[in-house]
Design a protein around this ligand. Sequence first.
Ligand code: GDG
Length: 475
Amino acid sequence: MEAPRRRLVVVSNRVPNFMEQEAGQGAGARQAGGLVSALVPALEETGGLWFGWSGQTTPQRSRTELRRWTDSSIELCMLDLSVEEVKRYYFGFSNRAIWPLFHGFPALMVLREEEYRAYRRVNRRFAEALISELRPDDDVWVHDYHLLQLGVELHNLGWEGCMGFFLHIPFPAPEIYATLPWARQFLEALLSYDLIGFHTKLYQKNFLETALLELGGGFDGTYLRTSQGVARVGVYPIGIEPERFWTWASTSEGIQRGITLRKSVNDRHIVIGVDRLDYTKGIPVRLQAFQRLLERFPSWRGKVCLVQISAPSRTDVPEYVQQKEQVDRLVGNINGRFSDHDWIPVRYLYRTFRQEELAAIYRVADVCLVTPLRDGMNLVAKEYIASQTREPGVLVLSRFCGAAEELTEALIVNPYDIDGTARALKEALEMPLRQRRKRWEALYKVVTTSTSQVWRNRYLTDLHSAHQERELRAP
Ligand code: GDG
């Protein structure tokens, strides 16, 4: 008889919005970002639980009932947070302290002790609510920077089962990380996980250097051993499900959508940008690079359109409000300065699209411009490559995103170098088909080899062995 498979328990700040989609608020197939599409198949395979904040708030902090939703294989279990908790833990400490710091912008970090305390408290509340849902054989997989301290809290409540952590954002260089007043507490907390995963070798290196400086000890290539604890540390670049994007791009509906977009720009060249509206994504430098292209290479005026899709994000955080104002201004300036009676250079769409729609748009874009100042991975780059079902376009990629470690055949740029990016954009627009094909084939190979399935299977295999070895080593 086959051994019963272990249940996977995914924990993240938010759970997927299946309920809303079921209620008809999300159109069509499951509306998904990268994390959801990477993990849902695993949960469907083994049966599993996804635990997180419901997105609902209560006026006061209270022990409300957990919310539940289930289908044949996935169970969602959700916790409400109080208005104050959301303000301090989520919008405050997570998004105004950890997010800028880990992306290498310490000057944008807003440090408030009460927000740090709220962060700890919410991590504890997550642990208290989660522990009663767990079975001893579960694999608990905690995701991202909102829950760095969940492991230690679960541990304090007596959880001894398998427990891993994956960081979706970068880990900064040691001297940047050191600006966090609670630097040591976070490192110690991370050591309670069996496995700590990063997207790239650089983030792993930054973390190890930081931990060894701060806590002492050693790393043997697999395990980090310090006086505060032992954890396995590894690199697991997240991927996508490339065949889904290929299929979406090739359906007659997808093709029609692409034709409509192309017609709407009178068959001009299309450059695409797709990001959450976040200051890490380098949208202003991208617009400036596009403007520089029009300034320095006037033959491209009237012949190319930048379609910039910016999904609204964290609209309650002041830095995001400022970023939006800056982007609005730049788009207005470029369009005011260069537009003609039959040509508008920048088409700016401040809204979200479903991934099916994105695939169709990627397909007809001659260039995809991905210019983050810093980005953990960036899945848009991989999705663009997977959607090139016709003559392939060109990916222009910032060297400061995790994807650049794998997608080396893209045109790699330094996004701070506006002239350099403008030149790369020109090169991309003028690249002969043979060269485009050659680059794309190499990139497609990476995208179809390093998929989301490979990512989660490699991670979960290493998590099991890390946990088993921990059990074996235990006195
Ligand atoms: C974080 C890290 C890391 C769907 N509609 C829209 C949209 N989507 C999907 C995209 C893509 C995902 O959302 C966005 O993923 P990214 O990787 O580009 O960026 P983050 O949201 O910042 O994700 C990042 C990721 O976690 C996974 O580990 O790669 O570095 O920051 O799958 O298809 N995306 C946008 N607009 C839409 O309308 N921008």
